[in-house]
Design a protein around this ligand. Structure first.
Ligand code: TYD
Ligand code: MG
Length: 455
């Protein structure tokens, strides 16, 4: 039999190399390659011959399939993100920064599922059972009919689960689990991949739903195992700015429902509470419009959300002025500053620029371009935008404004929250406008002319 060969795996992207190299060919990162012992050599190593396998059943595509049954948790924000509830025998990954509230969310969800009659096992590899129990008591969930365990040995966990056969298992976290068949430390790529594989296979084979918690590393990837993301049916991220009480649960992959859906929670002294109307929260308290502030009508998943975008522009003492962004893409900010300079003739050279999305929300929609540009211009001109206006539209490099999707939903949300004016590109499909004043423009020059009366 061939000798098992040691592999070298990139901790960032999971690319396998034959030998150690300083820079990964797969993702270009430096110093991320680690040596991994091979997975225990199975028959695959010696090559598969015909006639050794079991004949599989082939089925008609056209045959009728009932939609998967779902177990709603009763937490409306979580159920929305799941696409209606938990699907039996599904595997789910919940990623997020350490301390963001993953354990809290899952403890609350577990108690809620348990209250609905599901049998739930919560396995913590990070905290002792007493700690989990104390937290549950603090959250007022002390009496929830669910089982707890503090364990990291996956063999023991799987043996126990095989006997108990619960409806839902929560593994907190996948990085603490280890298999004795894999010869590397817990948290390493091999361990995480092997542990996730065992748990996902277990979920499918035994009809148990499994939720894996995964910590995210600094650059936003779950440590090592990008691999885990494609093993599971559903990937959720729990995000929020440190110091803000808002938390966003976002589905980035969902085999049973829409991806990109968000749920909004607020971290309080008594755990996470659901936020049914996020727009009201992401808008600032003060009623009068102030320079540098623009209200963006965004769409997160299927949900319209109004957010305040704040900009500050100040003379810079530095040779290289500062560009600081919270909640938005800094490359996109650079692009907008360049368009404003090249197409409208408004320069930000020698000025520090700060951009902040209020409430700790992260926005990635290009439809926010115009609202960002408006906030920047308003800050630079020290002139407030029209009172009671919401703004959206995509900015192209030529300075033209491009229409964006779901204009009607954005307008309706604005109307619902008492906004009276919508500033948007020409060509957006609004349907019926109602009592709202529509200001539509074709390019940035028109925008500056119409709003600031210049250019
Ligand atoms: P936790 O769920 O332990 O985070 P994770 O599992 O993602 O690492 O959340 C820890 C933080 O949440 C901690 O800093 C305290 C805060 N918190 C509250 O503010 N209120 C609460 O009721 C609880 C349980 C936690
Ligand atoms: Mg935790």
């Amino acid at each position: 039999m061939a000798k098992p060969i040691t592999q070298f795996i990139c901790g960032q992207c999971g690319t396998v190399h034959k030998k150690w190299i300083g820079r990964c060919d797969g993702c270009g990162e430096w110093n991320t390659i680690v040596e991994e012992a091979p997975l225990s050599a199975g028959p695959a190593k010696s090559g598969l011959g015909a006639g050794k396998g079991r004949k599989m059943a082939l089925m008609d595509l056209a045959s009728q399939e009932a939609p998967p049954p779902r177990h709603p948790s009763g937490l409306a924000e979580l159920d929305r993100v799941l696409g209606g509830g938990l699907v039996p025998a599904s595997a789910l990954l919940l990623g997020g920064d350490p301390g963001i509230g993953k354990s809290t969310l899952l403890l609350q969800a577990a108690a809620s599922f348990a209250a609905k009659g599901l049998s739930v096992v919560y396995v913590s590899g990070e905290e002792a059972s007493a700690q989990v129990r104390m937290r549950a008591q603090r959250l007022g969930l002390g009496a929830a009919p669910m089982a707890l365990a503090a364990e990291t040995n996956l063999r023991d966990i799987l043996t126990t689960l095989d006997e108990t056969r619960p409806d839902l298992v929560i593994i907190d976290s996948i990085q603490t689990m280890w298999l004795d068949t894999v010869d590397s430390a817990p948290g390493s790529v091999s361990q995480v991949r092997a542990a996730a594989h065992e748990l996902v296979t277990f979920a499918k084979r035994r009809g148990v739903s499994v939720i894996l918690v995964g910590h995210v590393t600094k650059d936003g990837q779950i440590a090592g195992p990008r691999v885990v993301e494609h093993m599971v049916d559903c990937v959720l991220y729990f995000e929020g700015e440190r110091g803000h009480q808002f938390r966003i649960l976002r589905s980035v992959k969902n085999r049973f429902g829409p991806a990109g859906e968000i749920g909004v929670f607020e971290m309080t002294g008594a755990g996470l509470s659901e936020v049914a109307n996020p727009s009201a929260l992401f808008l600032s308290e003060n009623e009068t419009a102030s320079p540098g502030s623009a209200v963006f009508a965004g769409i997160e998943g299927t949900r319209p959300v109004l957010v305040e975008i704040q900009a500050l522009v100040a003379p810079s003492p530095l040779g290289q002025p500062r560009r600081a962004v919270v909640g938005w893409d800094s490359a996109r900010l650079a692009m907008i500053l360049a368009v404003l300079e090249a197409r409208v003739g408004i320069a930000f050279a020698g000025l520090d620029v700060y951009l902040n999305i209020a409430g700790g929300l992260r926005i990635s929609e290009p439809a926010a371009d115009l609202a960002v540009a408006a906030a920047l211009l308003s800050a630079r001109e020290d002139a407030a935008l029209p009172q009671g206006a919401v703004i959206f539209g995509e900015l192209s490099l030529s300075g033209a404004l491009r229409p964006v999707a779901q204009a009607e939903n954005r307008l309706k949300e604005a109307q619902k929250l008492g906004f009276s004016t919508v500033i948007a590109p020409e060509g957006c499909n609004f349907g019926s406008v109602g009592g709202v004043k529509l200001m539509q423009m074709a390019d940035m020059t028109r925008f500056v002319g119409d709003i600031f009366g210049a250019g």
